[in-house]
Structures are given as structure tokens and as C-alpha cells.
Design a protein around this ligand. Structure first.
Ligand code: GLN
Length: 295
């Protein structure tokens, strides 16, 4: 009798461990040390019908993963919410074009969107490792990133522009390339602005900041001569700071898309289908128009 009980308990324990092992194979890793991965700076949020609650717990994430039939009811999105109007905080919630387009995609997929805020440079690795289902952060499709993740169809265009203080001797991109030019360029770390500027002007002339706003602060306090960043955040930063302007020159024109892990082809197809429908029925444009008022 006792032996039978003991065997039952052992069997139950084995099952618990088996289930835990399955859960860690899923797209969400309940054992993951979120703080460490997010380098202690990130905040997490959950989006439900356009609003974000901060601080979704690891337990919630684990609970969702436990749905475990490969068809989790939660779609996790990694972003860096310092990039208006694509993703930024408003009254403690992550809002913006990406947050809304992602919520619309999740709705089409019958899933609930959960947004994970992290350093921009951590997003590709988070997607690649399966810590999050997708990355959406005004992210440009690049050859380098394509080596590690796949990208959806494009949903927006980004242009690298140059922000200067009024009266700056820099009047076009040519001034930065001029022989003997020593102008310092501020960028957001790990972005295409960072990559292109480092290639074009060399490490010594590129000052990297965690956020675009920090690069702009360096500009307003004279620590860099210009900031090179995507045009829409550039407009937001210039509007928020007096004495700055954006040069006419377009330094680089880029495509924004959603990144998904290479092996997750099923999700990529679902996202592409949803995104195509949302583009064709005008939903994406309506969301963009809500955040970007035409000049
Ligand atoms: N589009 C740029 C990139 O992909 C910047 C994105 C961002 O800072 N969120 O690198």
C-alpha cells in the first residue's frame, strides 16, 4: 500500500518536471532571468486593447506558456520604447505606431499582445533565442540582422536624417565627409545610424548613447556636432528642444519590418498575412496618420 503511494508521488513529480521541461522549450522561457537579459534598465508592459499595464510578472508569462500547444494565446513583442512616434511611454503605457499595429496583428491572430521593453541592441538576440516571439521597434531590415532573424513585409519607411543646432557650420551630409572634417556625430547605440556613421566616419567620430534623447541632449550641450537618427523620432526630438533643426539631406532610406526567429516560419507567415490585410484595408495607414500628422 505505502509503496503504491510512494510510486504515485514519484510519478506525479516526474510529470511536473516533464511539463516544466516542455514549457522551457516554448517561445517563452519562464525560468529566464528577465532582469539580467534586459540589463536592468527595461520595463515590461502588457498591451490589451491599446493600453499597457506595466510590470507583467514572470508568473503571468509562465502561465501563458503553459497553454503549450504551440499556439500560445500571448504574442510577445520586444521593443525599445524610446522611439516616438513608433514606441514611447505615455502615462506609464507603451503607445505608438508599432504598439498599435502589433495589437492589430495580435487581434487577427486571436492572441493577446505583451510588450517587453529592452535595450534596442538586445532585441534581435531576444527574438533569436525565443525569449520573445517578435521584435518591432522601427527596426530597419539590414543584411547583418538577416543573418540572425527573418523579417516580415515592410510596413513603414525610415530615413536617417541629420539634426544640427541652429547656425551650425554643418549644412549638408557633404560637410561631414569633407576632407579633414572632425565633427562628432551622436547616435543611438546599435541602430543603423550607429552602423552607417561608424562605417563612414570611423569609431572616433561616433558618440553612442542608449537613447536618442540622450544623443540630442549631448547635442544641445555641445558635446557632439550633430545627431544622426531616424526622421520621425528626429522630428519629435526637435519639437521638444529649442534651437535645433533637421537638414534637408536624406542620409539613408530604410524599410521597417518585424523580426521573427529563423525557425519560426509559421509565425512569420501569420504575421505577413495579418500585416498584408491590415495594410490593404487601410488600418496601418490610419494608425500612422494618428501619430504622424502630415506637414
Ligand atoms: N531604424 C533604426 C534601426 O533599425 C533605429 C531603430 C530604433 O532606434 N528603434 O536601427
Amino acid at each position: 500500500m505505502n509503496m503504491k503511494k510512494l510510486l504515485l508521488v514519484l510519478l506525479a513529480l516526474t510529470l511536473v518536471f516533464a511539463v516544466a521541461a516542455c514549457a522551457t522549450d516554448g517561445t517563452t522561457d519562464p525560468d529566464a532571468d528577465v532582469q539580467q537579459e534586459e540589463e536592468g534598465t527595461a520595463e515590461e508592459g502588457t498591451v490589451e486593447e491599446g493600453t499597457v499595464e506595466e510590470g507583467a510578472t514572470e508568473d503571468e508569462t509562465a502561465g501563458n506558456a503553459a497553454n503549450g500547444d504551440g499556439n500560445d494565446a500571448v504574442l510577445t513583442m520586444a521593443t525599445n520604447a524610446t522611439f516616438p512616434p513608433f514606441e514611447y511611454y505615455e502615462e506609464g503605457a507603451i503607445v505608438g505606431i508599432d504598439a498599435e499595429v502589433a495589437a492589430a496583428i495580435a487581434e487577427k491572430l486571436g492572441m493577446e499582445l505583451e510588450i517587453m521593453d529592452m535595450e534596442f541592441g538586445a532585441i534581435v538576440a531576444a527574438v533569436q533565442s525565443g525569449k520573445t516571439d517578435m521584435g518591432m521597434a522601427g527596426m530597419t531590415v539590414t543584411e547583418d540582422r538577416l543573418e540572425n532573424v527573418n523579417f516580415s513585409i515592410t510596413y513603414a519607411t525610415g530615413i536617417q536624417v541629420i539634426i544640427v543646432p541652429e547656425g551650425s557650420p554643418i549644412t549638408s551630409i557633404d560637410d561631414l565627409f569633407a576632407e579633414g572634417a572632425e565633427y562628432l556625430v551622436g547616435v543611438q547605440q546599435d541602430t543603423t545610424g550607429d552602423v552607417i556613421c561608424t562605417e563612414d566616419f570611423g569609431d572616433d567620430r561616433v558618440m553612442r548613447y542608449n537613447k536618442g534623447t540622450d544623443a540630442v541632449l549631448a547635442l544641445t550641450t555641445g558635446r557632439v556636432d550633430c545627431v544622426i537618427i531616424d526622421n520621425e523620432p528626429a522630428k519629435a526630438f526637435v519639437a521638444a528642444n529649442e534651437g535645433l533643426s533637421i537638414l534637408e539631406t536624406e542620409y539613408a532610406v530604410e524599410d521597417y519590418a518585424i523580426c521573427v526567429a529563423k525557425e519560426n516560419t509559421e509565425l512569420l507567415e501569420q504575421i505577413d498575412t495579418a500585416l498584408t490585410e491590415l495594410i490593404e484595408d487601410g488600418t496601418v495607414q490610419t494608425i500612422i496618420d494618428k501619430y504622424i500628422v502630415a506637414e
